[in-house]
Design a binder for this molecule. Sequence first.
Ligand code: GLN
Ligand code: ZN
Length: 760
Amino acid sequence: MLTSIVGYPRIGAKRELKFWTEDYFKGNLDEAALLENAKKLRSSHWQTQRESQIDLIPSGDFSFYDGVLDTAFLLGAIPKRYRDLKLGALETYFAMARGYQGEKGDVKALSMRKWFNTNYHYIVPEIDEDAQIRLCGEKPFDEFLEAKAQGIATKPVLIGPFTFLKLAKITSARSDPAKEIFAAYAEIFDRFQTVGATWLQLDEPILVTDLDEKEVSLFHSLYSSLLDRKGSLKILLQTYFGDVRDCYREITGLGFDGIGLDFAEGAQSLSLVQKHGFPNDKILFAGVVNGKNIWKNRFEDSMRVISELKKHATRIGIGSSCSLLHVPYTTKAESGADREKLSAFAFAEEKLKEVSDLKTLAQDADFLQNPLYTANLQSHGSRRGMTDESVRARVSAITEDDFTRTPNFEERAAIQKEALNLPLLPTTTIGSFPQTKEVKLNRSSFKKGEITAERYQDNLKEMIAQCVKLQEEIGLDVLVHGEFERNDMVEYFGENLFGFFFTKQGWVQSYGTRCVKPPIVWGDVKRERPFTVDTIRFAQSLTSKPVKGMLTGPVTILNWSFPREDISARESAIQIALAIRDEVLDLERAGIRVIQIDEAAIREKLPLRKSDWHSGYLSWAIPAFRLTHSGVRPSTQIHTHMCYSEFQDIISDIDAMDADVISFEAARSNLEIVKSVKNSGFKTAVGPGVYDIHSPRVPSKEEIESVVQLMLDLIPAEKLWINPDCGLKTRGTEETTASLKNLTAAAVARRGLLSAARLR
Ligand code: GLN
Ligand code: ZN
């Protein structure tokens, strides 16, 4: 029986690779040193896996930026504009990842997209008419040989040709590259045989998404000829992030030597095997150790799956459900944390041991008596502080009415118009103002104990006062406090609610050198006392204009955390929603008339298959949001914000959140979304960002005016808000002030034209 790890994190337990690479970008580390450091890092990752007795240890999963980009590079999918820069190989690679601006030219980066349903982002390959797709790199072979030289026979890992083809952007003038891509993989097969590899893993996560018959048959025909070329090399087809329901029969009918299925996220993986069986000539690699979550494996559940699989498959391997890239390195780095809590977790290193322990158990006819099993069983007894009866009681007392705000949207809109007395085309911002050095210093000095709580609060108040004054000078209509007390929109809420656990070193790669440290939902979530009210009330006391209470929504908090496994996502979201609801009502009680509940990540966990959208995720995500605000008075105006504009396909669900106003990104996406808003009969008032805050560029008044005019052609003036497309925290004060002045001037000008037209 073999154990197999789909992929291992590459950034380093202390984010070493991040810091080296950033030093290299800054010119503080030369290329040779960067390569040498990376080599040591890979070596230590292989050693760790060997010590845990993993049989199929991955190589080639290392990357300086992203594995999809590595594959594009390997296959020569380098757009002409990057080749024309005539840079060295590594420089070209980074130019594709991050753009290049220097003496040799000025080229933007390739675009970046979310890697399936994870918070990892890949670089979208682009195949232009000039690109000759063929094997033209050495990375996977070099890394295989590097490990071999250390006495470790690894299993090379590559993104599979079909997923690569599906994810690539193919320029319109380019002929279909499918055949060339597959031909390049045939060459790769040859090379791996030459260097002496036994196994080669091809990752094909695209197989867990909706595929039509044509796509399945294309997969089948392309792979059947490719597999004829494999010779003595064993090919492991690795799938993850779901089940392969559309193509199980086709893939098990092909000449693969192993097939990796995901039993953590693949809802139908087990039933597919039960229903169709599994061929005797292949190994079924059972991904039972969840590569996406941080909880210790329940051997009871995993052994149930393994025992069931044994009835249908003669040859079984044990593995992770996907690459361990999506979890932090090791709980060992969390010294000082509560031991009991730590023992509930398994990060990447701990998961290695779980995989090999499960192999031991799978080979033990009497595994129920095995101490590995019994100890695991015992450790899953109830955990301290996970369950809170008051929360449970509150959740079970919720009724349908709690999800519905009354009166209906139109009636509320009329009441709010009267109460808030805002001008036509009201102006506002999304919440945060520039996080200047002083803002960050205030927080960090307080955290380190260098300044007292009083001093911290005084500084904070001073910053808020300045921010309110600035907004009044600029002439904005609905003000914000600036969010100077917040490091991150989810972390801040996690820290102020009960039920979250924060790691010290739990970093996970998000893209390139950027890592995030998601909070862990440890137990039932509740809020004991208000935590935003004093700050917002203070800001409101300084002005007669409405100040927005600023909150993060339950779905975003959950989606950017590691969720629990012992209760459903729905239940967790409802618990968090109740906590936010308490805060909403306290803000209202404190006299706050406009409250914004950000749902920046609501689209993030939308299931990969459309057929699962409404039956699962959306059926609780939208109600959870509604629960946060259904208790407010009709005169209180609820806003929400989303950072992106790709919600055409769920536009009626977004409307069903029943907010009064929603702001989102629109400037960068050619107002496509505003057209959809018009066509869908969207009732919620909208603030489609009128300029892009992701760039330091200051838009002129005229430019903003013309964007507003385009919007007015699609949206009635009564429903249109004027705002930037996201929070301003990453911007500088000067450009922010200039941009916002132009924004208000543009709104005032358009307002004038509108009322003149109405008088006529
Ligand atoms: N209110 C938050 C801010 O302005 C929203 C951030 C976000 O959408 N990512 O920073
Ligand atoms: Zn945003």
